[in-house]
Design a protein around this ligand. Sequence first.
Ligand code: WTA
Length: 661
Amino acid sequence: MTETTDHGTIESHSLEVESYPPSAAFKEQANLADPAIYWQAAEDPESYWSDQARKLRWSKPFTEALDWSNPPFAKWFADGELNVAENCLDRHVAAGLGDRVAIHFEGEPGDTRTITYGELAHEVKRAANMLTALGVEAGDRVAIYMPMIPETVIAMLAVVRLGAAHSVVFGGFSSESLRARIDDAKAELVITADGGFRKGRVSALKPTVDDALRLDDADGTPSTVQKVLVVQRGGNEIEMQPGRDLWWHEEITAYEGDHTPQGFPAENPLFILYTSGTTGKPKGILHTSGGYLTQVTTTHRDVFDLKPESDVYWCTADVGWITGHSYVVYGPLANGATQVIYEGTPETPDWGRWWSIIQKYGVSIFYTAPTAIRACMKVGRQVPEQYDLSSIRVLGSVGEPINPEAWRWYHEVIGGGRAPIVDTWWQTETGAIMIAPLPGLTALKPGSAQVPQPGISIDVVDDDGNRVDRGQGGLLSVARPWPSMVRGIWGDPERFVETYWSKFGDRYFAGDGARVDEDGDIWLLGRVDDVMNVSGHRLSTAEIESALVEHHAVAEAAVVGADDETTGQAVVAFVILKSQQQLVSEAEAEAELKKHVSGVIGAIARPKQVFVVTELPKTRSGKIMRRLLKEAAEGRDVGDTTTLADTAVMQTISQRVRTER
Ligand code: WTA
């Protein structure tokens, strides 16, 4: 039975609610097994978060938790000072944990490195000294464009150790996207690698940096970048520009591992991470230090039931995304966890790779995305069944709603029917997990992220901001400021207010639809704006449309996210070619435009399908009806078209899509 709400279709679970309560054995050993935590935190969230924050090392203790005197600009622990890198490294070494493994690195070609906390601290200190010599100071921004290798983590921590902020740009973004981010943040240093290994080959990175720095920005000014530091990884041939480009491995030899961490104010910028919004221009999401570190550390410990002394944790996210920031770098390292970092893709050299890594390192906590689980399901359970996955005790999911079928497969085939799955809802903007089960407390429901974290107030509300009744759908909102919340959009305070706060005033508008069930559990229903979710990555329809119309042959373009079995949604574009281009064959135009979008934004934005059409469905006032295009792209019957200026246009388009499918 399915049910349709304003925000999409979900499978109804109202008849027999499937529920997986924690086993007695799991409860017995769980970090959190007393439900009182929820009401205790709710009674006084600020004191709950202060208690969590005090578990970190503060060089100057804070005296106030939240300053909400200038909403929506929150400050947490503002008069306190801390060094984030010291919290992730030196603190553990000082506690005698220097020999604990921080990172088991597995390169895609099979090379491995084991790095202890002592060694990681040493390398970060040397790198911090090197960056100081290159002129990096507190308050600066450093762009990082890297593969998934230990130096990426070292670079991030070295930057923040100095009180500077990083802007990590995912290695799959194009030179143009990279340049736009460098310009927006006014970065003077880029840290990159010659290349990294992906799908059995070296995928070059440095040439993209070269292209990015060659491009003129809109008004023709050169980039702010003075130096490019290059890690040697792929061994691919690259050009080094004298005076600008430096090899990391050559420079670093000049620096020792002595470096005293300085405390910085809790609200010192920690990083900027760009994410897609509803307009063509990505938003530079700004996170700061004390509150962010507090919430990522707390949630990483509690949601995954982490036992740092015995667990081996692995999150498959790339550090180019928020999940990599919060749950590869800051959460695990601040908690002193031992983790796996894997450079490559799950299918290289074959689909057994992930499972062989779990077996090899005895991974006990595994955190990945539904799109990856569905891809593995397609390949078949006989692959993971060849490996010993008995070390796994907690599984996590993030990025999009996990469909119950994938949940059950993950639970049974990967988790041996025993490991709880924590479905974690959060966003680049929330910085850390907001809604998720606590594995020792929550009876799990496949497909629902279920409960707000202790100290977090979430409501599903109607358009006017009133809480909806149980059993109803609405918009997800956060009712109170939380420690790791976005502090602003870099350089654009108005957009920050407009995007997240103008809808409800005092509540944060997340942009997701949600439903509360009869038990009060939350079911996420997907975005309510023009943001798509492709393989757990956010893409903006407007950004792809503007890339398409930049192409000389395109007159008009409309992009939609159509449901896709594996990737959740897929980018489907409808384009009208300029009249003089009609002679080009449609197949050529489609191939050319897919390539063009990859070139402008990056391979992740490449449309799965491009349909050349002669008209787009528009209302009488000229607005493109993307909803109808989405229905057509999903092969569904297009409903009511009476509001269209030309009611025949959708028939033609649906016909066109049907012949292709
Ligand atoms: C979606 C990723 C349902 C949601 C951490 C959100 C989810 C967007 C879930 C943020 C989940 C993420 N269930 N939907 N467990 N996790 N989303 O910024 O639409 O890349 O708004 O952060 O992903 O994506 P972002």
